[in-house]
Design a protein around this ligand. Structure first.
Ligand code: S3P
Length: 428
């Protein structure tokens, strides 16, 4: 993808449905016994992989315009797949489904692309084994492909996790739904709670408060129609673009502002961003709103461990905002960035340095000396097969002297297939 320097971006931007909520809506609806219509579903590569895997498990699905229909059949009607369940690049698919399939009553193998098969899976394999699952992975049970011998009855347990990951928590919550007794999970920091909200909406016996989640099986899940809010993590690229370019104003509608996902907006406001949140409402247990953003003069910010899970996917583009801010930004307690689609600490620092940003790598974070007058150097920038890196580098390119090239930008299709079109439409 080639991006030329831009003067401004303007207009209404269409952001696709939330990736985390789309995955959950498909997976959780399939274990109900209702037909569920999921409107504004994100038909991106990652979520298409979830649909394909559910199809291999015998779940019937249909696509009608922007709506995914899931014919929920209940876990007892899932069938043993006749092939490997391939999740592509999607961590949410492999980790959430492992939780369900651990007690599905048949054997299966979950695998993904080269990035997925490098990412840490011990964080789900170990607690699932402790619940009684027979589950194995490569490299001493730490990596995918994952093999599940799914004929065990799991037992609910209490977990004090040492990592704050919504994927791990959701895996254990879904496993807990099909276990004997109650499962409790404590995390060091608050992570996104979409799984809890959706299970509550469907009538599960679940309670959650900050870092704590508890699930008890037995109550019937009743599938209900869902509207997927637009993805705040995808909106983040346009929000930052608007802030760092002159004479810009954008409006983005129906954005999910779940409190466990929207600290990014607070943070930008603390940096001096002019952002207005309007028309706040709640649909299917998730809050959404319309957002108006204007060009702003930004100042640096300090971010520590407590808020990292809330903004984990926005950090690459937050670094773009920091690069054009006054002062020194410090992001610490963010080692989890090293275990994403790429090692994002290393990816960001390497590419931003090449672009002329004053940036330093730490073991668990990044420091950036911002410069509001910075112009990005022309060149070809790597995205390491990581969609969020590709989009962040593209936004950096809007401030280039001439133009830049983003290598491997196809990965953007995993979460935001219309990204290039929306950007081109808004650029002046
Ligand atoms: C996700 C949780 C986060 C996030 C990922 C999606 C989810 O990962 O980075 O893009 O849908 O639960 P972790 O939970 O592993 O931090």
């Amino acid at each position: 993808m080639e991006i030329s320097g831009a003067h401004s971006i303007n207009g209404e931007i269409r952001i696709p449905g939330d990736k985390s909520i789309s995955h959950r809506s498909a997976i959780i609806s399939s274990i109900t016994h209702e037909t569920v219509a999921i409107k504004n579903f994100l038909f991106s590569e990652d979520c298409e992989n979830t649909i394909t895997v559910l199809g291999k498990l015998g779940v019937k699905t249909e696509k009608i315009d922007d709506t995914l229909i899931i014919h929920g059949c209940g876990i007892e009607n899932f069938k043993e797949p006749d092939d490997v369940l391939y999740v592509g690049n999607s961590g949410t698919t492999i980790r959430l489904l492992a939780g369900i399939l651990a007690s599905a009553g048949f054997n299966c193998v979950l695998s993904g692309d080269s990035s997925i098969n490098k990412r840490p899976m011990g964080r789900i394999l170990k607690p699932l084994s402790e619940m009684g699952a027979t589950i194995y992975g490569r490299e001493n049970n730490s990596k995918a492909p994952i093999i599940i011998i799914g004929n065990n009855i799991l037992k609910g347990r209490s977990f004090d996790l040492n990592v704050s990951s919504a994927q791990v928590k959701s895996c254990l919550v879904l496993a807990g739904l099909f276990s004997e007794g109650t499962t409790e999970i404590n995390q060091p920091e608050i992570s996104r709670d979409h799984t809890e909200r959706m299970l509550e909406y469907f009538g599960a016996d679940i309670s959650y408060d900050g870092k704590y989640t508890r699930i008890t099986p037995g109550k019937k899940l009743t599938g209900k129609n869902i509207f997927v809010p637009c993805d705040i993590s995808s909106a983040a690229y346009f929000i930052v673009a608007c802030l760092i370019l002159k004479d810009s104003r954008i409006v983005i509608k129906d954005i999910g502002i779940n409190p466990t996902r929207s600290y990014f907006i607070e943070l930008l406001k603390n940096m001096g961003a002019e952002i207005k949140i309007k028309n706040i409402r709640t649909l299917n247990n998730e809050q959404l709103a319309d957002i108006e953003v204007k060009s702003s003069r930004l100042k640096s910010v300090q971010i520590n461990k407590k808020f990292i899970p809330n903004i984990i996917d926005e950090i690459p583009v937050l670094c773009v905002a920091a690069a054009f801010s006054e002062g020194k930004t410090l992001i610490s307690g963010a080692k989890e960035l090293r275990f994403k689609e790429s090692d994002r600490i290393s990816s960001i620092v390497t590419q931003f340095k090449k672009a002329g940003v004053s940036i330093e790598e730490m073991d668990d974070g990044i420091t950036i000396n911002g410069n509001p007058d910075l112009k990005i150097d022309e060149g070809a920038y790597e995205s390491y097969g990581d969609h969020r890196m590709a989009m962040s580098v593209a936004i950096l390119g809007l401030k280039s002297k001439t133009r830049i090239r983003v290598l491997g930008s196809e990965s953007i299709d995993t979460s935001f297939p219309g990204f290039k079109y929306e950007l081109k439409k808004a650029m002046h």
